[in-house]
Every structure is written in C-alpha cells, then in structure tokens.
Design a protein around this ligand. Structure first.
Ligand code: ZN
Length: 200
C-alpha cells in the first residue's frame, strides 16, 4: 500500500526539483546541435516554470514508464521516488528537464530520437558536472542491461567531447542507434511529441 504524501512534502517537492534545475553546477550542460540548444539558463527557466506552477511535479510509486517522465500534454514531471540526494535520480530529472526545455521552446519540429539523444547527453553532463569522473566507469544504471549501458556509454562519450569542445556529430548518430536498440525506449520513441509550449 502506498503512503499518501503529507502536505509539507507536497509543498516541498516542487521546490526540491526546481533547485536541481537551478543548481549553478549545471553550467557545463551547454551544447547545441540540429535545432536543439540546451543552455544552463534554460534549466533555470524550467525551475521557474515549476515554481510558477506551469510545470507540475508529482510522485507515482507505480509509474509504469520508468523512474521519471515528462508529460508534454499536461506539462508535468512525474517521479517514482524523491530522494534528491541520489545523484542518478537528479541526473534523470535533468533528462526530463531537456524534454521540458524543448516544450517551453516550442520545438515542435525536432525528431523524437534527437529529443532523447539530447536528454541522455544532458544527463551524462550533469553526472560529470557533479563530480563523477570518467575513471569511475561509464555506467549510469545498476542493472546489467548491455543495451542500456551502451546508451550511457555513448552519452558519456559525447559529454566528454562537449567538455573538450570537440565535434560530436558521429557520436550523436551512434547514440541515436543505441537508444533505438533498447526495447524499453521504443514505446516512448513511437509517440510524436508536438511541443507547443507550456500552458501557464
Ligand atoms: Zn527522455
């Protein structure tokens, strides 16, 4: 049985998520490719939208789509859990924040796969920016799913190229293929995302 969230937690939750987007350490999450630019200031905009109520934050311990998702039609981020001391959960929230950015910026024409590639790259840059060095390994998940591991491996490769200010176009194409190879992500890719901006 699920314990209902108490009122103080319901109030604190959006602020906790907004703080992740407003973290000054996000300054390394800064790249641009094929109509998708992701800037630290855009994450701050997501934080503001959360504080203003334009983007809602909800917890659903039974969330079927994974540990987190951004619903672009209703402008809400739904999380399975809320331990914001968990670096990898925060990185996943940054991933969903990229989808929110592309929605706020009304990027209705971008390919769904590139929306996903950008989100995984931002997720990897977040982890790097928060002191998880390359030497400790390339994995972001605790499981032994080789297809998912390949996604994170390629995302970290691009993150490190961005940090080194090198070109990453070929690696971007490789990451597209790695994401398409993961069955769990296939359903998400099949749904077109006509980003029209947040409503509030
Ligand atoms: Zn995504």
């Amino acid at each position: 049985m699920t314990t209902p969230l108490t009122t103080p937690l319901l109030l604190a939750l959006p602020l906790g998520v907004a703080a992740i987007f407003e973290d000054p350490k996000n300054s390394n999450i800064n790249f641009s490719i094929i109509g998708i630019s992701i800037r630290p200031s855009y994450f701050v905009e997501v934080g503001k939208a959360i504080r203003d109520g334009g983007i809602a934050i909800e917890i659903d311990p039974k969330l079927a789509q994974g540990d987190a998702i951004y619903f672009f039609k209703t402008n809400k981020i739904v999380l399975k859990s809320y331990d914001f001391n968990d670096l990898l959960l925060c990185a996943l929230i940054i991933h969903e924040g990229v989808h929110a950015i592309n929605d706020i910026k009304k990027r209705s024409k971008i390919a769904t796969i590139d929306d996903e590639v950008a989100a995984f790259v931002a997720q990897a840059l977040y982890v790097r920016g928060h002191g998880y060095p390359a030497s400790t390994g390339l994995r972001l998940t605790d499981n032994t799913d080789k297809k998912k591991d390949a996604v994170f491996q390629k995302a970290f490769l691009i993150a490190d190229l961005i940090t080194a200010r090198k070109s990453f176009w070929q690696e971007w194409i490789d990451l597209r293929a790695a994401i398409k190879a993961v069955p769990d992500y296939a359903g998400s890719l099949a749904t077109p995302r006509a980003y029209k901006g947040i409503k509030k």
